[in-house]
Design a protein around this ligand. Structure first.
Ligand code: 5AD
Ligand code: FES
Length: 347
């Protein structure tokens, strides 16, 4: 077998140069070797179980202007909404009844949700659902803010690093945003004690295989509990509207590689993957993913939380999404389980 591939499988680690060479030279047969290894590892850690996270997209207001994102502040065509506290709690009630034991509260960086309001929301959910994990995904904050959320009962935080190369970071974000601050946020979250999710888009504009090699090295060294990887998909109201979407095959390959680097990682088969291919989430699982994130947001607002074009599942009720996902997983021999689905620290 190719020396780099056996090294990756045996040691869960490569140098940046080796990751780059792997991405540049890999053959279809080698991709299949990695896929099988990734699936074997996922099953050895988590069994044939897929964790479902109930995703609540509670506001699409955002103060940032990331060049790739459909809800960026500069997009004047975006129809903005914000759920009330009561609406958020109602999503949790519906989700709990459906069997979700993790709620992911996601929004743009919306200044309306001050520390006090967020703490009130998190505490309320924590008291009402002591057996559930609360995941927050609302962007970059200062450490004391992250600490307040944590003390109120949040367990996990998703903040994709987006790219582990500063120069690349600066090509896809406006100058008000900084690579250093994003990385500091991830470190602060880790230091506070969160289970942390990092991640990146595949074939986002200007991304090279060397950039991805740095992303993989970052995942290897930072050791996030979760890792969100999905294809870049253009959005019609962004400057990247004419760029092409990331490749399906490459996203699948990267899921397999990340599973091998971190056998215990919680790895979602993302909605973006399901958007570029009708069987995207199934294929994601068959390449090492073990998490799906069906939508719990009220149907009325679904079609407003559009980070990219043609997003799937924007018309379905929460229960429909859950059933659809559960059937999809059954078909490929996996079970969608009712479980908090914490990261198992086996390696
Ligand atoms: N295509 C794919 N993913 C996107 N995200 C934002 N915009 C897009 C897009 N156009 C991802 C980012 C962000 C996460 C919430 O969604 O990686 O961190
Ligand atoms: Fe909202 Fe990037 S546009 S975080």
């Amino acid at each position: 077998m190719n020396k780099i591939i056996s090294k990756l499988i045996d040691t869960h680690s490569l140098s940046v140069e080796e990751y780059e060479s792997l991405l540049n030279n890999i053959t279809d047969e080698e991709k299949e070797v990695l896929r099988q290894e990734a699936v074997k590892l996922a099953i050895s850690v988590y069994g044939k179980k897929i964790f479902a996270r109930g995703l609540i997209e509670f506001s699409n207001y955002c103060k940032n202007n990331c060049y790739y994102c459909g809800i960026r502040s500069g997009n004047k065509n975006c129809d903005r909404y914000r759920l009330t506290k009561e609406e958020i709690y109602e999503c949790c009630n519906i989700g709990y009844e459906l069997g979700y034991r993790t709620f992911v509260l996601q929004s743009g960086e919306d200044l309306y949700f001050t520390d006090d309001i967020m703490v009130e929301i998190i505490s309320h959910i924590r008291n009402k659902f002591p057996d559930c994990a609360i995941t927050i995904s609302i962007g970059e904050k200062e450490k004391d803010t992250y600490k307040k959320y944590f003390d109120a009962g949040a367990n996990r935080y998703l903040l994709r690093h987006e790219t582990a190369n500063k120069e690349h970071y600066e090509k896809i974000h406006p100058k008000e945003m900084s690579y250093e601050h994003r990385m500091k946020c991830l470190q602060d979250l880790r230091d506070i004690g969160y289970q942390v999710g990092a991640g990146f888009m595949v074939e986002c504009p200007y991304q090279t295989n060397l950039d991805i090699a740095h992303d993989l090295k970052f995942i290897e060294e930072f050791k996030p509990e979760m890792c969100g990887i999905g294809p870049f998909i253009p959005h019609k109201d962004t400057i990247f509207k004419n760029e092409k979407a990331g490749s399906f095959d490459k996203t699948l390959l990267l899921l397999s590689i990340v599973r091998i680097i971190r056998p215990n990682v919680l790895l979602p088969a993302t909605t973006a993957l399901g958007t570029i291919n009708p069987l995207g989430r199934e294929k994601g699982v068959e390449h090492g993913a073990n998490v799906v994130m069906p939508n719990l947001s009220p149907t009325e607002v679904r079609s407003k939380y559009l980070l990219y074009d043609n997003k799937i599942c924007t018309g379905d009720e929460a229960a429909e999404c859950k059933n659809c996902m559960s059937q999809r997983m059954k078909k490929i021999g996996y079970d969608l389980v009712i479980d908090r689905g914490d990261c198992i620290l086996k390696y």
